[in-house]
Write a protein that binds this ligand. Structure first.
Ligand code: G6P
Length: 759
């Protein structure tokens, strides 16, 4: 309250001063107007009396008729006295009221006679305010006397006093009103939110709260909100880490944490930075997406980004990526560097620029129309164009040069190349820096040799990959396919017992490293599942009591259309769920310059419309398709609100959405429906495993999920959470990097392996 008063007291003082000045002005004006009015009335009255009195001077005076005349005039309201004087100032006739006082000619009358004109003045007579007005009287053009009118002016003072009182009351009421309004406004918009923030920070400090307070919108509050939310996140993360570490020490548990990874890697890497090369950048600066044309940072929808960010945060290092955002060039320094994450810079992002043609040939063409469908059994034919292959080679060279430049001052650098965009990179780097330890992690499945044989430049891709010391896949069967492919494609010794390939004396190990996410024990969320689901339905403008969720890039490998057909059949088979269950599909448009992806976006939208048109009623819809990029925070709300999550990939290396859903369900609720064709199916065996092509199985799984007893949900979710907790992304990075750092690179493994085998 004291702060509020301090803030508003200058306002109160100003209002009081202004009101008083205004009251004073009003009183002065009122007095002036009333006096002018009285003077004017006296002038008129005087002139009419003058006309009547002057003829009297033609007769000998004093005369009784003069006394009668002044007596008659003297009876008018407020007129206290009328007096007539001769030229010497001797009273000839005076009305009775103040007769004794006006026997002597007043000064005003003397002045009027002297100046030969009317003259008035305000005086106080016997403590009574009066107005005296005098006029000269003429006879034969000579001033022969004066006439004086004495008017009672008490009513002027009374009226002015009334006005003064009214003005003061007005000023008081105004001051009170303004004070009250200011109090409410300041409390509502300033001190209230600040007090709420302070209270929240206090509860946060004492470990009781997580949800930030709602603050009004506006520049200052937006900044405050941003900062305190980050502060809270940091504090919670630090607390969670400390608790986790303490728990692990207590139980001698061998869980991997960010901190443990940091400590382990700093000794393994001997404090050397880590170099990661991935096409997709972890932070993209874009202009003009609903932010008044301002630059906005977005985290792209990519499993690879989800997995690698915690590793970079734990190790320091450099992430080399394509600067694909429309405002990316505006945010880097002269060396194309940028420290990220933007809020808490921990590592360096080096952006590499590509022309539109390069992007078309390398990214859209060779990588995404060629290798992507080649590696996924999703029945989309790969397209291999010679010009795309040229672009792919050139861009791989460009990234290799950037990486070599970045690691110039690092001895025996550790390099982690990511994915199918850079199959040629390991060899390019190794040729320039034989001292480097190079691993490539392939985030998609690896096809069998027959399928891989479709690629006209398969040999070159394999040769590039075998430049690496370590090639990682998500699961063993991808490793097996890779070794079989190597066996067929190039001259090399494949050692199945050791899972390695020796090509011209260089040994490449091939290992599965199931990628994962970081499971944070955040305690109970602020809202229950039902509350969050009600809030989301409200925001989406739908009426439903149970929600399901799907989170995908809109990609034909994700089986979104198959999923929708499963949902359609579910509503056919179980009509009692109509008007109750809604499936929300968060679909991030992806690779939209490629026709196949455009067509798919249209198909998903029109399937949504078709199914909705069939069943929707009132405010209820079977499917809500949210076609846009969603932030982690937005997605987390849907995960938490959903009774089931559907991951129905036709083929997927791992699929981190499945693991993210499990990681987010600290309440042990919700059911995961998971495709057997996703790598994650090998670990998340407590999900409801489905064949995404089998529509009836999909419909049945939805029904089973919605009818699963809470205890069974909890038991399954707990087991899946245990698995994700243990096999988290830190463990993934630790095993990958520890395998890589343990490789000796100065000597060939076995003399006989140096001999190339001809097959
Ligand atoms: C998959 C790939 C990643 C890729 C991501 C998003 O997860 O393995 O390398 O980043 O999809 O695709 P995009 O083409 O947008 O990078």
């Amino acid at each position: 309250m004291r702060t509020t008063l301090k803030l508003i007291s200058p306002l109160i003082v100003s209002v009081v001063v202004v009101s008083l000045l205004f009251a004073g002005y009003q009183v002065r004006t009122e007095r002036r107007v009333l006096r002018n009015d009285l003077s004017r009335r006296d002038e008129i009255l005087g002139e009419s009396l003058q006309e009547n009195v002057e003829p009297q001077f033609d007769r000998p005076l004093p005369d009784k008729s003069l006394q009668r005349l002044v007596d008659r005039f003297g009876q008018r309201e407020h007129l206290k006295c009328v007096a007539v004087y001769n030229a010497n100032g001797v009273a000839l006739a005076v009305t009775s009221g103040l007769a004794s006082l006006f026997q002597i000619r007043p000064a005003a009358a003397a002045l009027a006679a002297e100046r030969d004109t009317g003259f008035g003045e305000f005086l106080s007579v016997n403590n009574t305010p009066v107005h005296v007005y005098a006029l000269p009287l003429h006879s034969n053009d000579q001033v022969v006397g004066t006439l004086a009118l004495v008017h009672d002016a008490t009513y002027i003072d009374q009226q002015v006093a009334h006005t003064l009182r009214d003005s003061l009351v007005n000023a008081l009421v105004q001051t009170l009103l303004v004070t009250l309004l200011a109090l409410i406004l300041v409390r509502w918009t300033l001190t209230g939110p600040l007090a709420r923030t302070a209270k929240w920070l206090r509860t946060l400090r004492t470990g009781q709260s997580h949800a930030p307070p709602s603050l009004p919108q506006g520049e200052v509050f937006d900044q405050l909100h941003h900062e305190v939310t980050h502060l809270a996140r940091d504090l919670n993360a630090a607390r969670a880490t400390a608790e986790e570490e303490a728990r692990l020490r207590d139980t001698n548990d061998s869980l991997w944490t960010a901190e443990r990874l940091r400590v382990s890697l700093s000794s393994k890497l001997q404090n050397k930075p880590l170099f990661v090369i991935a096409n997709r950048e972890p932070y993209m600066h874009v202009r003009g997406i609903g932010n008044n044309g301002n630059v906005q940072v977005i985290v792209p929808a990519s499993g690879l980004v989800t997995a690698l960010e915690p590793v970079l945060l734990a190790t320091e290092g450099t992430w080399i990526a394509h600067g694909a955002g429309s405002a990316d060039r505006e945010t880097v320094d002269a060396k194309d560097h940028l420290r990220v994450p933007p809020d808490h810079p921990k590592y360096t992002l080096r952006r590499v620029w590509l022309s539109a043609e390069e992007e078309k040939g390398y990214y859209e063409g060779f990588a995404n129309e060629g290798i992507w469908p080649l590696c996924h059994i999703a029945h989309t034919r790969p397209i291999f164009r010679p010009e795309d292959w040229v672009a792919y080679q050139e861009v791989n060279r460009r990234f290799a040069d950037a990486a070599i430049e970045e690691m110039e001052s690092t001895e025996s650098p550790i390099v982690l190349v990511q994915d199918y965009h850079f199959a040629l990179l390991p060899r390019m780097i190794k040729e320039a820096r034989p001292d480097a330890r190079v691993a490539i992690f392939w985030h998609t499945p690896w096809p069998n040799p027959e399928v891989f044989g479709i690629c006209p430049w398969g040999r070159e891709l394999i040769d590039g990959l075998l430049g690496a010391d370590l090639v990682g896949f998500h699961i063993q069967s991808h490793c097996n396919n890779f070794l079989s492919t190597v066996d067929r494609a190039v001259e090399a010794l494949t050692e199945w017992d050791r899972f390695s390939v020796n090509r011209q004396g260089h040994v490449t190990r091939v290992r599965p490293f199931p990628i994962s996410v970081a499971l944070q024990e955040n305690g109970q969320p602020a809202r229950t599942m039902a509350e969050e689901s009600a809030a989301l339905c409200n925001e989406l403008g739908i009426s439903a009591t149970v929600l399901g969720v799907g989170v995908d890039r809109v990609d034909y490998t994700k089986g979104i259309l198959e999923r929708f057909r499963g949902i359609e059949l579910f509503f056919e088979l179980y009509p009692s769920y109509q008007r109750r269950f809604t499936f929300v599909q968060l679909g991030a448009p992806s690779r939209t310059k490629i026709e196949r992806y455009q067509t798919l976006l249209d198909q998903v939208a029109s399937e949504t419309e078709r199914i909705n048109a069939r069943f929707q009623a009132g405010h209820w819809k079977p499917i809500v398709f949210l076609k846009r990029h969603h932030s982690h925070e937005e997605i987390a709300r849907f995960y938490h609100a959903a009774s089931l999550c559907m991951v129905t990939s036709l083929h997927d290396g791992m699929n981190l959405v499945a693991k993210e859903f499990v990681a987010s369900r600290g309440d042990n609720r919700g059911v995961l429906i998971l495709s057997t064709f996703a790598g994650a199916a090998l670990e998340l065996t407590d999900s409801l495993l489905v064949n995404p092509y089998d529509v009836q199985q999909l419909a049945g799984a939805i029904h089973r999920a919605l009818n699963m007893p809470v205890e069974e949900q909890a038991a399954r979710m707990q087991r899946m959470r245990d698995s994700v907790r243990e096999h988290n992304v830190y463990r993934w990075a630790a095993s990958l990097l520890s395998d890589l750092t343990e490789i000796r690179i100065d000597a060939p493994e076995r003399a006989e392996s140096a001999e190339p085998l001809t097959r």
